[in-house]
Design a protein around this ligand. Structure first.
Ligand SMILES: NC(=O)c1ccc[n+]([C@@H]2O[C@H](COP(=O)([O-])OP(=O)(O)OC[C@H]3O[C@@H](n4cnc5c(N)ncnc54)[C@H](O)[C@@H]3O)[C@@H](O)[C@H]2O)c1
Length: 362
């Protein structure tokens, strides 16, 4: 169940009460089989609101893990498994993830593997997690600097999405999530594509955000429903991500990490430029590449890579999960609303396109 609205307090506490034995008078947060996972930021910024909704959560049932990518590894998974085990979490237990995409990814992964799987709910608190990471059932952690290399396909049974949390989100994180909104605009075309060319609304404008969240969730959910395990159409959601993930991994390797969405935004630009070579409607693709470059240049700080970085970027691109043994396979946009997956592209063309962008994102 995906709920998107403004009054999360009522919706969340009602859902929790109806899952629990409501006969007992104990506050719902203190029921022994509910566990709350948050990051250091969401512990400070969001947990007291949830705590009020449920009438008090015992300390032992709250775990705060590091923020962001620092949480997406096996060491943190062991911390989460051990916390669940030492508090007698059972198959019937529920894990509630409160945080950004990284938190939802690692929390979902641990829930889907602890005791071979327990139920989990997501409360996404970043824009990126609201429009993308919390929805669709992909859970995962990184393997070294290879992004999301270990994971499962497991749906959260409830997802509560509200623009309420956006007000504390730093502008850079709004921009990071906006890259996935741009991606959905390209996938959908029409009104959605027009909307992503408009200025980003102020975080106080809850109604504008509600509208944006709703159409984004609709697009993502429709594609996921058609192809849950990414055998076909779901690969479209990887638009911008083959090169985006490579840029993100390179930046992690070089010790200067960039937000996921910034990498995706530049990935969308570079991949659309790559798409021109295989497009049957070259003029439309060139026009999309131009518009996209203008949008991304106007919003995002540049990501610099040099010619010397291209071999490392190619190694990350070759390791992309979408490839098969012989081919580099991309999801590419030929025009807004005209996107395709499993497009084979030669390594030479990718190298040539990357070389064209050396210094160009500056
Ligand atoms: N599973 C999927 O389908 C999927 C899809 C897209 C991205 N992802 C993953 O999502 C991750 C990126 O997610 P993200 O962009 O949300 O980053 P993030 O999870 O790293 O969060 C960004 C920062 O914002 C903080 N934060 C969270 N909520 C806040 C709030 N309301 N106010 C202030 N600060 C807050 C976080 O603690 C963190 O420091 C990546 O690991 C990416 O691989 C997964």
């Amino acid at each position: 169940m995906i709920w998107c609205g403004l009054d999360i307090a009522t919706e969340f506490s009602e859902a929790l009460s109806s899952r629990l034995d409501t006969v007992s008078e104990a506050p719902i947060g203190s029921k022994p089989d509910i566990f709350f996972l948050c990051s250091q930021s969401t512990h400070a910024l969001c947990l007291s609101f949830i705590d009020d909704c449920v009438g008090g959560i015992p300390e032992s049932h709250i775990l705060a893990i590091p923020d962001g990518e620092d949480a997406k590894n096996l060491t943190i998974c062991e911390t989460i498994y051990t916390w669940l085990q030492s508090n007698q979490a059972q198959r019937s237990s529920l894990l509630i993830n409160i945080g950004g995409g990284a938190l939802c990814d690692v929390g979902g992964f641990c829930a889907s593997t602890y005791l071979r799987g327990i139920e989990f709910w997501n409360i996404p608190t970043t824009l990126l997690a609201m429009v993308d990471a919390s929805v669709g059932g992909k859970t995962g952690i990184n393997l070294g600097h290879y992004k999301n290399y270990i994971g499962t396909f497991t749906q959260a049974t409830h997802i509560f999405i509200t623009p309420h949390w956006l007000k504390t989100l730093p502008p850079a994180e709004i921009l990071s999530g906006w890259a996935e909104v741009i991606k959905h605009g390209i996938l959908s075309g029409g009104k959605a594509w027009s909307q992503v060319q408009q200025p980003i609304p102020n975080t106080n404008d809850h109604q504008a955000w509600l509208n944006i969240l709703e159409w984004n969730i609709k697009i993502k959910s429709r594609i996921v429903k058609a192809d849950f395990e990414e055998k076909g159409e779901r690969k479209l959601l990887n638009l911008g991500h083959s090169i985006g993930h490579a840029l993100e991994s390179l930046s992690l390797d070089q010790g200067k990490p960039i937000p996921h969405g910034y990498a995706v935004a530049w990935g969308l630009v570079i991949e659309t430029s790559l798409a021109i070579g295989s497009s049957p409607t070259k003029e439309e693709t060139e026009s999309l590449a131009e518009s996209l470059k203008a949008i991304v240049k106007g919003l995002y700080t540049p990501i610099s890579f040099t010619q010397n970085d291209v071999p490392a970027l190619m190694n990350f691109i070759r390791a992309d999960k979408k490839n098969n043994q012989n081919n580099l396979l991309f999801s590419l946009a030929f025009a807004p609303g005209n996107c395709h997956f499993n497009i084979a592209v030669s390594p030479e063309d990718v190298i040539q396109t990357l070389n064209r962008y050396v210094g160009q994102t500056d």
